[in-house]
Ligand binder design. Structure first.
Ligand code: CP
Ligand code: NVA
Length: 306
């Protein structure tokens, strides 16, 4: 295993082992020493970031390595040179590449050129580091992921895709409810359904908000992802009844609410729910670093998955 572009081809046992490694690294970091001692990681981002950029930088430092940030914001990497050549050049100096891109293919090309690990820090299709962090948060609060139910409500996007893949591998039942026209990718839905079947969990995909049954967790994300310049007014009408709020929490019986952030108060989620005791938002943000440190320790520090 060289890169982490998505968890699509992972097995359930590797996924569980990675989650365990992340929790162990978080709770007993001294057991692992400094697995990235003397290692350099390049982070090259085509889009803005707060959580991902800072949590990678600080996390890499805690593991003994250091990060160089390359600002490629505002223009796709491929506008200047082919991503395969960017990857090959970066690999001359760096021990790993972390990249946030518009198109998944850019990551595939970077990885084809680089003979060091490439880690997906968000693309149009996936946000794997986010999903791992989120299931760590679920595990910490519910005591397990297996047999629990996570319901995602809102725009079917990169975050939804990764949650579905990681959740199915970890044995979590999942529901996805999106407005018509904002569904998840049919190809990824099919793959997630296969994983859910193989792992004995349910996957419900619907447009009608009344299909939301009982859930342990409600999860939402922005209605407009980075790079989508649809006017908010157009979107608001379509998404209004999909807002995650106190009434929906009560209706589903959910104990906790999650959001990858950046969040928009009183749009996709009420500000009062974000600030409530049911909110896991800051724990999710904190766990970004622990999730990524486990991925880096595994891919770069060669810490084995038990
Ligand atoms: N959740 C997340 O990836 O946040 P940033 O866009 O701020 O990195
Ligand atoms: N779906 C959002 C996630 C941000 C972390 C986006 O792509 O902008």
């Amino acid at each position: 295993m060289q890169d982490l572009l998505s968890f699509s081809d992972w097995t359930a046992s590797s996924m569980k082992a990675l989650l365990n490694l992340a929790v162990d690294l978080k709770t007993t970091p001294e057991k692992y020493g400094r697995p990235l001692e003397g290692k350099s990681v390049v982070a090259i981002f085509e889009k803005p970031s707060l959580r991902t950029r800072v949590s990678f930088d600080i996390g890499i430092n805690k593991l003994g390595g250091h990060m160089v940030y390359v600002d490629s914001q505002g223009s796709p990497l491929k506008d200047r040179e082919d991503p395969v050549d960017v990857g090959a050049n970066l690999a001359c100096w760096a021990d790993a590449i972390v990249s946030r891109v518009y198109e998944h293919k850019t990551l595939v090309d970077l990885a084809a050129g680089a003979n060091v690990p490439v880690i997906n820090a968000l693309c149009d299709l996936y946000h794997p580091c986010q999903a791992l962090a989120d299931y760590i948060s679920m595990f910490e609060n519910l005591g397990s992921v297996e047999g629990k139910t996570m319901a995602y409500i809102g725009d079917g996007n990169n975050v939804t895709h990764s949650l579905l893949i990681v959740g199915a591998l970890l044995g979590c039942n999942q529901t996805v409810i999106t407005p018509k026209g904002f569904e998840i990718s049919p190809k990824i839905a099919k793959h997630a359904a296969k994983l859910a079947y193989e792992n004995g969990v349910s996957l419900t995909i619907a447009n009608d908000i009344n299909e939301l049954g009982r859930a342990d967790i409600l999860y939402t994300d922005t209605w407009l992802s980075m790079g989508d310049d649809t006017p908010l007014e157009e979107i608001k009408e379509k998404f209004d009844e999909y807002q995650v709020n106190e009434a929906l929490m009560q209706k589903s019986g959910a104990s906790y609410v999650m959001h990858c952030q950046p969040a928009h108060r009183d749009l996709e989620i009420t500000g009062s729910l974000m600030d409530s005791e049911q909110s896991l938002l800051m724990q999710q943000a904190e766990n970004r670093m622990h999730a990524q440190n486990a991925i880096l320790a595994m891919l770069v520090g060669k810490v084995p998955l038990a």
